[in-house]
Design a protein around this ligand. Structure first.
Ligand SMILES: Cc1cc2nc3c(=O)[nH]c(=O)nc-3n(C[C@H](O)[C@H](O)[C@H](O)COP(=O)(O)OP(=O)(O)OC[C@H]3O[C@@H](n4cnc5c(N)ncnc54)[C@H](O)[C@@H]3O)c2cc1C
Length: 468
């Protein structure tokens, strides 16, 4: 197959990964980015949040290290230095992407792209407009924060996650609107940095949609840290007076109202796919009711030479899902027999303790007709977790009773954002819980909890007592 000319719009983890893979497969690639290389993930999402969270976690550990006999007397937080350290990591990574694109011969055009027709992309840059003609177009325009009526994100009184990741100071009292994963990650972070934190959540509990047994541990931790979680509560608006903000909240069911005095509002009610100004109408493309661009398993939209990947292409809006789709689209364009056939997409949440999951939850598995067996192992019985002073949480394996196939794994506890990789691999490779149980796991490590949870599926965990 001869080389095709491809324009990729957006250089987030979906777009830049796709562009590099296209180049590796011998295609001529131009990537158009209106902002910074790396997109949300590298600039204002995954990477900066996890850098800040790592600093918060370290502060927290130092604070509690006296149990181990370590007392640090004068720990001080230099917010400016913390933010500039984080910015340095972002700069290194985004610079690295620029270098990688260059080395692979990918042309990088700076500017805002729009579709003129099915084979022409117009880029509005500093020097005016440029027309790029191509054989294929990959749309990877990502997502932007959603707002809540009454809370316009202004970067000063009302932050989005972007401003929360570059503070000038740590607010006295932070009200977080939205108890999803971004809100809770940042809520825990600010609590560790010294803020009083209140989280306002509309649904029944934190982290809607996640395994409820795992969430219980997170909710217990919120309580322990004195982070107030107001559930079934709607934030209705706010007023500012005398250097303070007054957030009006209303109980979802009874209509009771209250006002919370705070210093800063952080709005994290979710993100919405972004395709404004892209000119989809010029090529006959339409987004669905939620703003996503529908695709098939090969990432093709309804227009044969136009592909969509990443957050714009649907849930889950996660960086690694977008990157995978980028690899698939690149393969398809290069004429390979690629399709998106992942059995599962792991999800990680950097709360305290961390949470991670992959595959089906118990209820979902039952709804799909599986006879389910669950094996669970608590970190309280793990020597490694004890030595890390992080014994809250567990590993839970959801298995099919007939075939023993692992259907889902849900974890809450120390380093589970790393541990989940083994679970994802197990599901992708069609492992049974017996396969995991029979695999020797190094001692003393946290992944032993995965092995013991697999043993527990068969009532055979060694380091806990399981009643017959
Ligand atoms: C605070 C926070 C924490 C997060 N943490 C995690 C995490 O831990 N793990 C995880 O998997 N995900 C996380 N995410 C989500 C993750 O960042 C996104 O899922 C991911 O960035 C989506 O990648 P993408 O390439 O589809 O889009 P984006 O990263 O949004 O990139 C899209 C790019 O397209 C560009 N663009 C848009 N329109 C045009 C146009 N017309 N012309 C030119 N360029 C255009 C944008 O400027 C942007 O750079 C987090 C997000 C946030 C906000």
């Amino acid at each position: 197959m001869s080389s095709r000319k491809v324009v990729v719009i957006g250089a987030g983890p979906a777009g830049y990964v796709c562009a590099i893979r296209l180049a590796q497969l011998g295609q001529k690639v131009t990537v158009v980015e209106k902002d910074q290389l790396g997109g949300t993930c590298l600039n204002v999402g995954c990477i900066p949040s996890k850098a800040m969270i790592a600093a918060g976690a370290l502060m927290d550990r130092v604070r509690h290290a006296s149990t181990m006999g370590l007392t640090v007397k004068d720990m001080e937080l230099d917010v400016e230095k913390l933010v500039s350290w984080k910015a340095g990591i972002v700069k290194k990574l985004t610079g690295g992407i620029g270098i990688l694109l260059g080395k692979h011969g990918v042309e990088h055009v700076v500017g805002e792209a729009r579709l003129q027709d099915r084979s022409t992309v117009v880029v509005k840059g500093q020097g005016g407009e440029t027309r790029l003609s191509c054989d294929d177009i990959v749309i990877a325009t990502g997502s932007v924060p959603s707002g809540v009526p009454g809370f316009e994100i202004d970067g000063t009184q009302v932050w989005s996650s972007t401003e929360a990741l570059a503070p000038e100071e740590v607010p006295g009292h932070l009200v977080v609107i939205g108890g999803g994963y971004i809100g809770l990650e940042l809520g825990f972070l600010y609590s560790k940095l010294g803020s009083k934190v209140t989280v306002v959540e509309f649904t029944e509990g934190a982290l809607p949609g996640q395994d409820r047994d795992c969430v219980k541990i997170i909710e217990r931790s919120l309580k322990k840290r004195k982070i107030k979680l107001l559930t079934k509560t709607a934030a209705k608006g706010y007023e500012a007076a005398k250097d303070k903000l007054f957030v009006k909240v209303e109980k979802r069911d009874g209509g009771d109202t209250d006002t919370i005095e705070c210093d800063q509002i952080l709005c994290t009610v979710g993100r919405r796919p972004f395709s404004e100004g892209l000119g989809l109408e010029h090529v006959g493309l339409e987004v669905d009711g939620r703003g996503f661009l529908p695709t098939d398993q090969r990432m093709r939209t309804s227009v044969p030479n136009i592909y969509a990947i990443g957050d714009i292409a649907g849930q889950p809006m996660l960086a690694h899902k977008g990157s995978k789709e980028g690899l698939v689209a690149a393969g398809v364009i290069a004429g390979e027999a690629e399709e998106y056939d992942a059995l599962c997409v792991p999800a990680v949440i950097f709360t305290s303790p961390e949470m991670a999951s992959v595959g089906l939850q118990e209820a979902e598995a039952r709804e799909q007709g599986h006879d389910v067996v669950v094996g669970q192992f608590p970190f309280a019985a793990s020597g490694r977790a004890m030595s890390l002073m992080e014994t809250d949480g567990f590993v839970k394996i959801v298995s099919d009773a007939k075939t023993d196939l692992v259907l889902g794994v849900h974890m809450v506890g120390p380093e589970v954002t790393e541990l989940i990789a083994e679970a994802a691999m197990a599901i992708e490779l069609g492992a049974t819980s017996e396969d995991i149980a029979r695999t020797i796991h190094a001692h003393p490590t946290l992944p032993e909890a995965m092995m013991e949870a697999a043993e527990a599926v068969h009532g055979m965990a060694v380091h806990i007592y399981q009643k017959k």
